[in-house]
Design a protein around this ligand. Structure first.
Ligand SMILES: O=C(O)C(=O)Cc1ccccc1
Length: 306
């Protein structure tokens, strides 16, 4: 049975994702995303499940930064799950009494409308996860009045939901990923995604365009691009890319090799089946046989045979 670390404690959205999609796995709750990834790196767990991005709020930046640094991990799977937020309080607390609300920053930004409308005077404080917020609110003498969390966290920690489905949009989905220590890659399925992190060699006009061209000329469709500060001063960035296809595909392999020539450091983050199972559309002239035929043709030219 595999043991998977996740953003805990019990009751997070991350745990719900894990329970749903790997019901037989042993679960290891961790205090934050970094600790979950380290448990996978150190072998304390076989892998980790962490949130990566949200359809409203965008990236979970802690996850992006943790994957870009430290010992390499590979994404081996992804899942898209709807999230629904509840306002949890100790029994007896009323909406009008709420002054201090605790939750994960990604939940805060997705419930801004409700907070402004229903609790305009409340201060929102960041917690490491939605369930950590609920656990804290439930603890004796807590200075916080409410947590924004999944409803199930209320059941675990003995809190009441005084409002449900408080997100600004009802169709919000979160993308969770499973990571493992580098090893055998998942087989190509025809509906795959590849992720990597690119650190530019030097800053010059058109540097980003040069990277994008490696994808464009080979017909590789990007599905996400994100710049993150390197920490080495204003204006210094590295880039996260997600794109369609598997590293085993010729066009993807060649695009990644092209990026490798352009970059100081290129970190491969994995090729894995897409959660939505949408098959990759292959542009004319960019299928594997097209690359093989072109290589054969070039070989003949070089050998003086054509
Ligand atoms: O804190 C959690 O429960 C998480 O799993 C992270 C998160 C927070 C808000 C929306 C989606 C995921």
């Amino acid at each position: 049975m595999s043991k998977l670390a996740y953003l805990g404690p019990q009751g997070t959205f991350c745990e719900a994702a894990l329970r749903l999609l790997e019901p037989d796995a042993e679960r290891l709750p961790c205090a934050n995303v970094g600790a979950a990834l380290d448990a996978a790196r150190d072998g304390e767990a076989d892998g980790a499940v962490v949130p990566l991005e949200n359809s409203v709020e965008g990236a979970i930046t802690q996850t992006l930064d943790e994957l870009a640094g430290g010992r390499a991990l590979h994404i081996t799977g992804e899942w898209l799950l709807p999230v629904e937020f509840s306002l949890l309080v100790r029994p007896g607390t009323e909406l009008a009494q709420i002054k201090r609300v605790l939750t994960h920053p990604a939940a805060h930004t997705q419930c801004r409308g409700f907070i402004e409308r229903e609790m305009p005077g409340a201060v929102v404080i960041a917690a490491s996860s939605t369930a950590a917020a609920a656990q804290e609110v439930a603890s004796p003498g807590s200075p916080y009045d409410a947590a924004i969390s999944p409803a199930i966290a209320g059941e675990y920690y003995g809190l009441d939901a005084i409002a449900s489905d408080i997100g600004d949009r009802s169709d919000t989905v979160t993308r969770f990923i499973k990571v493992n220590r580098p090893g055998r890659l998942p087989e190509p399925t025809g509906a795959d995604r590849t992720s990597l992190v690119a650190f530019l060699r030097d800053d010059h006009p058109g540097a980003l365009l040069e990277m994008l061209s490696e994808f464009a000329v080979r017909g590789v469709n990007l599905t996400r691009i994100e710049s993150r500060p390197t920490g080495d001063g204003i204006g210094r960035y590295f880039f996260h890319f997600d794109f369609e296809g598997h590293i085993a595909d010729a066009r993807v392999g060649e695009a990644v090799a092209g990026l490798h020539r352009l970059c100081d450091d290129l970190r491969f983050l994995g090729s894995y089946p897409r959660a939505d199972r949408v098959a990759t559309q292959i542009k004319e002239g960019t299928a594997d046989p097209d690359f093989a035929e072109a290589a054969e043709w070039l070989g003949k030219i070089r050998a003086g045979l054509a």
